[in-house]
Structures are given as structure tokens and as C-alpha cells.
Design a protein around this ligand. Structure first.
Ligand SMILES: Cc1cc2nc3c(=O)[nH]c(=O)nc-3n(C[C@H](O)[C@H](O)[C@H](O)COP(=O)(O)O)c2cc1C
Length: 235
């Protein structure tokens, strides 16, 4: 048996840096979409990247609905408006003005919208990895979203995830069967710029948490791993 770790040689320093660059410069995009079209070969690469995500039991529970029609986008934008009006009532009084000022979707401006769904019945009868945790199919679908998001960044495309939607209304509008869950509604397109930090941070909604305070050793809230935490703090 091979006891040496696989060499990092097939990812040279530049390739490794490129992976981290995609991770650290990826942004959720709402307001910076440009009207230029997304060529099909690029979209094909992004969807292929999504399709190569890990999935529980290799179930591949996802489907990808490509939405380009302006009328349909407007209908979904209206669902978002409605959902925002409902959501804002649950935001603390002193944050409602800030909430209302935030742009939280680019549905109409983005040339392509994607709905990534999870077919909860795809591997019925063979629940490898899902017997105790049936929600793993949903998590798998989220992995596909993240693959697509990072690949889009590497292609110079922006992507925004829109979750302020009534799921049942979206299902009806997109004619999803009952056993199919819409996991992610995404806006995709070329952008004028990628901000260097999350918009919700720059607009004062929330700050990035300190990573070292989120790490524990051996159990929830277990102390230790001080060297690791110090390294993270000093980075
Ligand atoms: C599951 C999920 C749902 C999200 N829903 C929305 C949304 O409805 N509207 C929005 O503007 N951003 C949405 N976002 C984007 C987050 O606000 C964003 O990821 C976060 O502020 C960090 O910014 P960044 O992605 O640019 O690093 C969502 C992100 C995730 C992962």
C-alpha cells in the first residue's frame, strides 16, 4: 500500500493560488450585472462544474432550470418583492430602514437565472448515506451550487443567490413536481466589478466573525488548538 501522501505537484503553486483566489474573491452579486449575454459554452462549463459536485450515495439529485425569458423573470421578481414585504416585518425596528435600502436580488438585470433543484425521490429504495439523515440530498445540491459559484468567479461571471422567495409560489411558477425542491434561485451574468468584501458587510448589516472563535477542540466549546488559533489570528 502507498504510504506517502499524494504529491501536491499536480497543483503547482499557481494552480493552488487560483483555487484560493476564486474562493476569496467570489462575491454574491446583485447590483453589478451587465446586460451582455452569457455564451452557451461558458454556461455549459459552469453546469458541468456543478454536475461534478459531491453527492450523497452519488445520488446527483440536482436539475438545472435555465431561465432567460424577461416575462418569467419579472414574475419571479414580483415574488421576491412580495416575500421582502413579508420578511421586513420580522426585522428589528431599528434595522428596517437599512433592510429596505439593501438590493437583495438582480433577477431582472442578470441575463441568465438558474433554479437548481433537488429531486428528493431520485434514489428511492437505495438510501446510501440518507437513511438517518434524509436531508443529505439537499446538502448535496448545495455543493453543486457552490461548485457553480466558484467556477463562475473563475470565468469572470458574477452570481447572486436569491432566497427571499415563497418556495411554494416558486414551485408553482416553475411547474416543479411535488417531490422536487427548489434549493437555489440564482442570478448569473458578467459584472462591472467584484467588491472586495461582502456587500452586507460594507453596508453595515453584519461583520465577518473571527474564525479562531469558531474553532473548538474535541467537543462543542472544547478548549485547545491554541497554536492553530494563533496562526489563524496572525494570518
Ligand atoms: C443560502 C443562501 C441564501 C442567500 N440569499 C440571499 C438573498 O436572498 N439575497 C441576497 O442579496 N443575498 C443572498 N445570499 C448571499 C449572502 O448575503 C452572501 O453570501 C453574504 O452576505 C456574504 O457575501 P459574499 O457571498 O459576497 O461573500 C444568500 C447566500 C446563501 C448562501
Amino acid at each position: 500500500m502507498q504510504t506517502e501522501p499524494v504529491s501536491a505537484g499536480d497543483f503547482d503553486a499557481a494552480a493552488r493560488d487560483a483555487v484560493y483566489r476564486a474562493i476569496f474573491t467570489r462575491r454574491d452579486i446583485r447590483g453589478q450585472f451587465l446586460p451582455c449575454p452569457v455564451p452557451d459554452p461558458v454556461l455549459a462549463r459552469l453546469l458541468t462544474a456543478a454536475h461534478h459536485a459531491p453527492s450523497v450515495g452519488f445520488m446527483q439529485p440536482w436539475n438545472f432550470i435555465v431561465i432567460r425569458d424577461a416575462g418569467r423573470k419579472a414574475q419571479i421578481r414580483d415574488l421576491v418583492r412580495q416575500a421582502r414585504a413579508e420578511e421586513v416585518r420580522h426585522v428589528a425596528d431599528d434595522r428596517q430602514a437599512l433592510y429596505r435600502s439593501l438590493k437583495l436580488d438582480g433577477i431582472v438585470e442578470a441575463p441568465v437565472n438558474l433554479c437548481i433543484t433537488c429531486d428528493r425521490s431520485r434514489a428511492e429504495g437505495s438510501p446510501l448515506g440518507r437513511w438517518h439523515n434524509p436531508e443529505m440530498d439537499l446538502y448535496s445540491t448545495v455543493c453543486a451550487v457552490q461548485n457553480l459559484w466558484l467556477a463562475a468567479r473563475a470565468e469572470g461571471l458574477g452570481l447572486g443567490w436569491v432566497s427571499i422567495l415563497d418556495k411554494d409560489a416558486l414551485k408553482a411558477l416553475l411547474a416543479l413536481p411535488a417531490h422536487v425542491t427548489p434549493v437555489a434561485y440564482l442570478c448569473l451574468g458578467y459584472v462591472s466589478d467584484f467588491a472586495d468584501r461582502p456587500e452586507l458587510e460594507s453596508k453595515g448589516w453584519r461583520k465577518r466573525l473571527a474564525l479562531d472563535e469558531l474553532i473548538s477542540a474535541e467537543s462543542w466549546a472544547g478548549g485547545g488548538e491554541d497554536a492553530l488559533k494563533a496562526l489563524i489570528r496572525s494570518a
